[in-house]
Structure formats: structure tokens, C-alpha cells
Design a protein around this ligand. Sequence first.
Ligand code: UDP
Length: 329
Amino acid sequence: MAILVTGGAGYIGSATVELLRDRGESPVVLDNLVYGHRAAVPADVPFYQGDVGDRELVTSIVTKHKIDACIHFAAYAYVGESVKDPSKYFENNTLRTNELLNTLRECGVRRFVFSSTCATYGDPVRIPIDESHPQKPVNPYGWSKFMTERILESYDTAYGLKFVALRYFNAAGATERCGEHHDPETHLIPNVLSAADGELPFVSVFGSDYDTPDGTCIRDYIHIEDLANAHFLALEHLRGGGDSEKINLGNGVGFSVLEVIETARAVTGREIEARMEPRRAGDPPLLIADATKAREVLGWVPKHAGLRSIVESAWNWRLENPNGYSEEL
Ligand code: UDP
């Protein structure tokens, strides 16, 4: 039996495809390549370029490859863009996911691992954030994922769909093959490394007057290999007859923007100029996961618990792939 991986050409999706292959699974990738990279998917993994809302295409993939589970990454994930153009986010992240779920249901696929986000919590009312923390997203991106979680719950009740929604904190780092190549790039670690290798003249620090020890925002960075492993474990959980779950993925440790920059200076041995700039709209000062449930329910143990190892892996990938993914295969 094979696993449909939507968005398998993206940053976290491709790392998960790699890990699934290593575990002897048979991933099949569906990606529209709007943000994904064809070269991120190994040549021997079946690949389809298309839309998750394309019922005919999804049905034919499921039938041809005898798909019995789906890991759904495909989504737009730019918070700022979601504020400016919410329609794009609800259409793609929520409505097309609903289409995908309906197609899978018709085809009898009843196991679903969903790429959710800590953005479904909105501004934290307590730290660390566990799964019972109130969910009140502060941007359309967060709402688009929040709504999908509610759809999943309803489909479980009504149709017996079993799902695990994995709420990621800050995905970061790289494996040997898979790294971060976004266009445009908005994330902190790749921007800091761009400043290290001269692609950017400096890194902007968005806000240095937050109520945190050094005044900059604190995030819980989690390595993509650990994220990938959690998807595999979630699948195993469902295969073992486990209940539907919503589960946080983070290390439970926070690092400030300045700490990330300092770590990158140590890892790269390069100078990195940091410029203090105004706050970026919609950034909560502090996001740290309580990931106890992931350990208890999935038996998940992150391998890359330290920021240094995460930044090192991202830097190594960058040195090996100075232009990111080549678009030719
Ligand atoms: N950030 C920054 N400079 C950058 C990119 C990000 O200071 O060039 C800050 C951002 O304001 C946030 C933190 O770094 O406080 C992490 O941002 P990122 O976009 O990586 O992830 P987010 O937490 O927004 O999902």
C-alpha cells in the first residue's frame, strides 16, 4: 500500500518523502509546484503535478497506486499574504482540502495526517502552549488551518475518517538532500544565513522592544527531520487503530531572534550584521510548545533538540546548494 503525500515537493513534505522511503514506505507525491521544487523529490518516487482539489486526478492516483493513507502538506503558508489576499488561502488551504477529503472518502482512504500549525492558537494566553490552549487564530492562514481541523473532526464523527493534525511550531534546518528554498523567503534562519553568505547585506530584526529578555521575539525551532519522523509515527498510530488526535510538534525550548543570529555567527564563522527594525505585524512575542503529547501518544523523540544542530544543518545544505534547488531534473 502506498501513501499519498500532497505538497511532497515542498520543504517539510520533501523531507518526509525522504524519511518514508528510508523506512521502506511507498510515497507518491502530488504537488502543483507553485512553491514546491520538482528536484526536491527523488526521481524514483512517483510524482504528479496537479491540484489536490482535482478529483479526477486524485482518484486515478489513489486507484493506480493503491493509496491507503494521505499526508497532506500542500498549502500556502505566507502569513502576511494571507492577510492581504485571504481568498487565496481559504480557497487553497481549506476548500481544496475539503475536496481532497471528499475524494479520499469516496475512494475509501480513511487515514489522514494533516500539516497544521501553532498559528491556530493565535496569541498565547499561557506558555508553553499545549493542545488544550484556546484556538483563536490572528490571521487568515491560521484560520484556514483551524477550519480544516474542524472539518477533520466532523468527518471523523460522520464518516469515520481517522486523522492526526500535527501543529508545527517553527520548522527549520535541513537534511542532506532537503533544505529550505522559498521564494520569497520570509523566515528567520534562511534570512540570517543569507546575510552570512553575502546574499543579503544584513538581517532585519523585526522588533527589539518586545517584553522578552533581549527584546526580540522567541520561537520554538524544530528540525524538519524530526517533523518528518512525527508524520511517520502519526501514520503508524493510525495504522495501529489509534484515535484521531491533534498534536503539537516543537522542542519545548525558545530562542530569541538575537540568539538565532548569534548561533549563526558561531556556526558559520561569518560576520552577520543585524539591523533593528520595527515590529512585523502579527508576530506574537513568545511561542513555545508543550510537546508532551507527541512523546506520549506517538513515542516521538526529537533528535535535533539544540538550535546549533538545526542552524548547522541549514548552513551545510546551503553550502552544498548555493542556488537552492535546480529546477531541472
Ligand atoms: N524575523 C526577523 N527577521 C527576518 C525574519 C523573521 O526578525 O528576516 C523574526 C520574526 O519577526 C519572528 C521570528 O523571527 O519574530 C520568526 O519568524 P519566522 O518568519 O521565521 O517564523 P514565524 O514565527 O513568523 O512563523
